[in-house]
Design a protein around this ligand. Structure first.
Ligand SMILES: [Zn+2]
Ligand SMILES: [Zn+2]
Length: 165
């Protein structure tokens, strides 16, 4: 099995002057809509969580798995690098500039599911809400039900945490 840690350090040295701290890296067997994703961390005191790069497990079964995994990790590392630098970390001009500079090709897997475009998250129970379109002001139904007598409560307002490719 390909270890993500050493691969991260290799790409880190090659393209980021070794200046990136490794985020949490996980294989995600449920990730089917994309090859990988970057989930920003949080520095909030009570809910500090590390940034995460997820790589879809199914890549390991594709032909040329090593190259696909490398490209996918490199791609997610650009998101992470922008985020570390406190820049918008979506597919911005800066993103594509870095991508060209690195010579990373984009692996576009055939989506196994209709791909959600936005990822929202309840800040309290951390449940994910993938969405095909941008949502208005919505709160986590379950948290409102359990902790606010079913009424809308700003504490449970869904946060847009990532715009997916
Ligand atoms: Zn919730
Ligand atoms: Zn991306």
């Amino acid at each position: 099995m390909i270890a993500l840690g050493p691969l991260f350090q290799e790409i880190n040295l090659q393209h980021f002057d070794g200046c990136l701290d490794p985020p949490q890296m996980v294989w995600n067997s449920r990730l089917r809509s994309s090859a990988g994703r970057f989930i920003p961390g949080s520095l909030r005191f009570f809910r500090a969580k590390p940034p995460v790069i997820e790589i879809a497990s199914y890549l390991r079964e594709e032909g040329e798995a090593a190259a696909l995994i490398r490209d996918t990790l490199a791609h997610e590392m650009i998101h992470y690098w922008l985020w570390v630098r406190r820049q918008p970390y979506g597919h911005t001009d800066a993103f594509y500039r870095k991508m060209r500079e690195m010579g990373v090709s984009r692996y576009n897997p055939v989506p196994r599911l209709p791909a959600p475009k936005y990822l929202y998250r309840c800040p309290v129970c951390l449940k994910d809400f993938p969405a095909r379109r941008k949502l208005g002001v919505l709160a986590c139904l379950e948290c409102c039900r359990n902790q606010a007598n079913g009424k809308f409560d700003h504490r449970f307002k869904l946060e847009l945490i990532q715009q997916l490719r």
